[in-house]
Design a protein around this ligand. Structure first.
Ligand SMILES: O=C(O)CCC(=O)C(=O)O
Length: 583
């Protein structure tokens, strides 16, 4: 058995660094690797070992982030692998040698998100435990990064151990976060709990970082289908998938109570905007309104491995809307996509009247965190979209299971939906959630800031079988429920404004999504409370969960089935879960 002293070294880091130093393709980062090789020797005690391992993981992570930004992809992956090894050493060291930190099975009562949120008054965990939990948080992401392949089995194991530790140490936000991570990993990688050999990561496609080939413009009639319908009936294999909806309604107006019904049943709807609520504009009129402001321009690329396949355009001179629109006449495809309206054109922002139901239902807007950067994921909304005829975005799902409203001020758009539930999005649509841990300097020179990047990626083309199309034109709005994959094609030059929002019927699923991978715990707590009070008012019972989303109870049962030691899971009666009617 290894002595305590030898276990105070960093064996995984030492072996990873020595193998990377043997790789002549990585000469550029050999100096960094040599510098950390000297830091793997045994430490005085656990506290010193943990601090050293975190420090090394940060230095490696920081260099990896820089390498990636300079397009040294292979080097970045190598450094992230080494950073992961340092974090694994940190976790092993503290869990093996620090009895206080050893995980125990969490109780269901304290594990459900609701109770996690109520646990704030408990005594604080030790600093060492908090550091360990933070390192495990980073390690879960490192296991899910493509290095070049994710290792979901290890990520799951780490998240489960961290969940138990956070639970035992009374760190409610961390426990909520790891529970959400476990759920997401199992959704995305249902086999993760059964991986026979956790040393072997899943095979994955090579990531594409090169410049993508130019995408031909997509024209109006190409691939067009009947308004508001889906195509031919599904084959037997495809029939397994249940659709959230098969058609999109068009209405001449959308009163508040009707909107609520669409929200409850999670169906999109197109409706006319009431007269006088928005100006109808063409691109030139908007250029005049925008007054030459310099903007963040975006461009679609079929190979872009980012959200909606829309990447920011860098290194160009004139970034005004006038220059963009002039560029369209020469085939340019630069667009404003989800650009903060207030910074692009405050004159336009003040002329838009949003539907009254939006103001009354938007829980994020009513929360104490509304408009706070870092607390509200939609702090810079409303957004502006200005796109030429024939342009498009890639298939995507809006962040945090939020709902979406878009008012079209000019032109005509085709919205295409793939209304599959989230598990089927991974299984049938081959959705992949790409995670990356970026390490950047903090406010003072000694500390680093950890930033998680989350991009859900769908293939360039998706099966037609489940596609449901609808067109939206100037003077109309579209409302989209949370969690539905969609893409938009601009059939004419288009101007539109939008907002993401969350009403009480989406609050529960949004709260979960706000806990992981990005941490918006205060807002998640707020939304959970709103959903609990709304449903207890309505039913005088335990809150229910809309649609086919799994309840905490069914999740915990599923986790039990995967061997996660939730000791009290079976003791909870299923009658606590009530399913709302859908219409
Ligand atoms: O209007 C567009 O081009 C895309 C809007 C959209 O899908 C979104 O922002 O989620």
């Amino acid at each position: 058995m290894a002595s305590a002293c030898s276990r105070l070294s960093m064996p995984r880091l030492a072996s990873t660094v020595s193998s990377l130093l043997g790789d002549s393709n990585l000469l550029k980062v050999h100096p960094i690797l040599k510098a950390v090789a000297g830091r793997t020797a045994p430490k005085k005690d656990v506290a010193e070992g943990m601090a050293e391992a975190q420090d090394v993981a940060d230095l490696l992570g920081f260099s990896a982030t820089n390498c990636l930004e300079s397009c040294y992809v292979q080097e970045s992956q190598a450094l992230r692998r080494a950073a992961r090894a340092a974090l694994e050493d940190l976790v092993d060291l503290s869990l093996e040698l620090e009895p206080m930190c050893s995980p125990v099975a969490p109780s269901l009562e304290a594990t459900s998100n609701r109770n996690v949120a109520n646990a704030a008054a408990r005594p604080a965990a030790s600093v060492a435990t908090e550091r360990l939990v933070e390192a495990m948080d980073q390690l879960v992401i490192r296991h899910l990064e493509c290095l070049p392949c994710p290792n979901p089995a290890k990520a799951l194991q780490c998240a489960q151990r961290a969940l138990a530790l956070a639970q035992r140490s009374q760190l409610p936000h961390a426990a909520g976060r790891f529970l959400a991570a476990v759920k997401q990993i199992l959704l995305q990688y249902p086999d993760a709990a059964e991986e026979p050999n956790m040393q072997n990561p899943l095979p994955c496609k090579r990531r594409r970082f090169g410049k993508e080939s130019p995408e031909p413009r997509i024209f109006e009639m190409q691939g067009r289908r009947a308004e508001g319908t889906r195509s031919c009936p599904p084959t037997t294999a495809e029939a397994e998938a249940s659709l959230m909806f098969a058609k999109v309604d068009r209405l001449s107006c959308l009163p508040d109570d009707l909107f609520e019904q669409y929200s409850i049943s999670r169906r999109p709807v197109v409706a006319k905007c009431p007269e006088g609520t928005l100006p109808l504009l063409d691109a030139q009129q908007l250029v005049d309104l925008c007054q030459g402001r310099q903007l963040q321009l975006m461009e679609y690329g079929p190979g872009h491995e980012v959200w909606a396949k829309m990447a920011q355009v860098k290194d160009i001179g004139d970034r005004s809307l006038g220059a963009v629109v002039r560029g369209w006449t020469e085939g340019g495809q630069q667009v404003l996509f989800d650009h903060p309206l207030e910074t692009a054109c405050p004159e336009l922002a003040s002329r838009i009247r949003w539907p009254s139901f939006l103001e009354s239902c938007d829980l994020i807007g009513q929360s104490p965190f509304a408009g706070e950067r870092g607390q509200d994921p939609f702090w810079d909304h409303p957004s502006l979209f200005v796109q030429p005829r024939g342009s498009q975005c890639g298939v995507h799902v809006d962040g945090a299971e939020s709902q979406f409203i878009q008012l079209v001020l000019g032109g005509r758009k085709r919205w295409s939906f793939w209304p599959l539930h989230v598990a089927d999005q991974f299984k049938l649509l081959k959705r992949r959630d790409k995670l990356q841990l970026e390490v950047r300097p903090g406010c003072d020179s000694e500390h680093f800031r950890h930033q998680i990047r989350h991009d859900q990626i769908f293939p360039e083309t998706l099966p037609e079988t489940w596609r449901v199309d609808v067109e939206v034109e100037a003077g109309e709005m579209i409302l989209v429920p949370g969690g539905v994959p969609h893409m938009v094609t601009n059939l004419q030059d288009c101007i539109a404004v939008s907002r993401n929002f969350v009403d009480v019927h989406h609050a529960r699923s949004c709260a979960d999504a706000l806990r992981w991978p990005l941490p918006y715990h205060d807002l998640a707590d707020f939304l959970e409370k709103q959903s609990v009070s709304e449903y207890s008012l309505q039913t005088d019972q335990t809150p229910s969960f809309v649609g086919t989303e799994k309840s905490p109870f069914s999740w915990l049962c599923m986790l039990c089935a995967f061997g996660v030691p939730f000791v009290e899971c079976v003791a909870r009666p299923p009658s606590a879960v009530q399913v709302l009617p859908r219409w």
